[in-house]
Design a protein around this ligand. Structure first.
Ligand code: KG4
Ligand code: ZN
Length: 369
């Protein structure tokens, strides 16, 4: 089975082709391989606005969709969309104007080439990105083996979302916590803007921390930020106070500077503390949720899951609790269409009631649970 997947929920225009097949007659073993995964990032174009500029995103998607489709098909060794069995597309959640560009494009392909459509939830895509191997490498999916990892607690952290989701089985999700204001990625982006480090903020912050690591090894005791809601009994998050705290901290520490520009070393010290604060809260709450719900595994995903410190700390703390932890390949942490393809395939093999549709409508607020 060949699935062509399209993803345009935010500012990345993505197309991918996934090949899947049954590996045994009982239909419990499946092989899946990503044949191509093309991402056209608009990050540089949005950087001048310090965040996503919706009408620019929509225009770029329209321009880039035919291009990424062409490359994705070519790299997969296919001539046209008529060679695939299904077309999967992100229905939501996301930015409405962006989602509609991908959905309309997929609807047109479906009509012209007479292919069934599979609408996919972006969050489910992120979660199942844990099942993806790099392009060209086979991944065996064994339904029984996978069942041993459920229930799983999934920490989905991106620019738009910070959620703790209890995954009881494929297609069975329960939301156990979410951010009450800014998402973790948004916090990285806003803090990076305060420190004038660039956009997207996550990589900018971890880069400066890494570059200056030898100089900031010993933390200044007066550079301290709060860990918002770390001790709250629920599993919700709140990151908006953190950026205000960074603003005051930067101002307070920089009082003596004549030209008001924050020196690089101070920037790195604040960036390191902000990163520590975000990671501490994310890891602490995930582990507490894992223990409370007695889960069999932990799954990390979303753009922020590219963060090295978050990956390392989550693995370390999960190991202490002897809970298996899944971390996506770096290339699938940010938005991509391969994760939409694998989520569509899992819907097909689990005989989701209505995975195939003739026409998809975007839903910017589509809840997974
Ligand atoms: O999943 P994603 O590509 O798009 C959304 O669905 O939002 O996530 C983008 C977010 C941005 O906020 C970016 O700053 C953050 O992921 N991010 C990181 C890192 N790489 C990307 N945050 C922390 N550390 C990183 N290394
Ligand atoms: Zn995303």
């Amino acid at each position: 089975m060949l699935i062509l997947a399209i993803e345009t929920s935010c500012d990345d225009t993505c197309a991918a082709v996934i090949k899947t097949e049954e590996a045994d007659s009982n239909k419990t073993d499946f092989n899946s391989v990503v044949l191509s995964s093309i991402v056209s990032s608009q990050a540089k174009k949005h950087a001048q606005y310090g965040g996503i500029y919706p009408s620019l995103a929509a225009r770029e998607h329209e321009k880039n969709l035919p291009k990424v489709l062409k490359i994705a098909l070519k790299e997969a060794g296919l001539k046209s969309p008529s060679d695939v069995d299904y077309i999967a597309v992100t229905k939501g959640p996301g930015l409405a104007v962006s989602l509609w560009k991908g959905v309309n494009f997929a609807n047109q392909l479906s009509e012209v080439y007479n292919k069934p459509l599979i609408p996919v939830n972006h969050m489910e895509g992120h979660i199942l990105s844990n099942w993806l191997k790099p392009v060209g490498i086979n991944k065996k999916i064994n339904k029984k083996e996978n069942a041993q990892f459920f229930p799983s607690v999934c920490l989905v952290v991106s620019g738009g979302h910070t959620e703790l989701i209890l995954m009881k089985d494929y297609g069975k999700y329960e939301l156990i916590g979410k951010t009450r204001d800014d998402a973790a990625g948004e916090a990285f982006d806003k803090i990076s803007r305060i420190l004038d480090l660039g956009y997207p903020g996550g990589p900018a912050i971890s880069n400066i921390v890494e570059k200056q690591s030898s100089k900031i090894k010993n933390k200044k005791p007066d550079i301290k930020l709060p860990r918002p809601m770390i001790n709250s009994k629920d599993f919700d998050f709140s990151f908006s106070g953190l950026k205000t705290a960074v603003l005051y901290l930067a101002k307070g520490q920089n009082q003596n500077s004549k030209n008001k520009k924050i020196p690089i070393l101070l920037k790195a010290q604040i960036a390191a503390e902000a990163q520590d604060a975000i990671v501490d809260v994310l890891v602490s709450k995930t582990i507490r949720a894992a223990k409370k719900y007695k889960v069999k595994s932990i799954m990390l995903s979303g753009g922020v899951s590219a963060n090295k410190l978050l990956r390392e700390k989550l693995v370390m703390e999960s190991n202490k609790e002897k809970i298996p932890v899944f971390i996506p390949e770096l290339e699938y942490t940010m938005d991509n269409a391969a994760m939409i393809g694998i989520a569509a395939y899992i819907k097909v093999i689990n005989r989701d009631k209505e995975p195939k549709q003739k026409e998809v409508e975007a839903n910017a607020n589509w809840e997974l649970v």
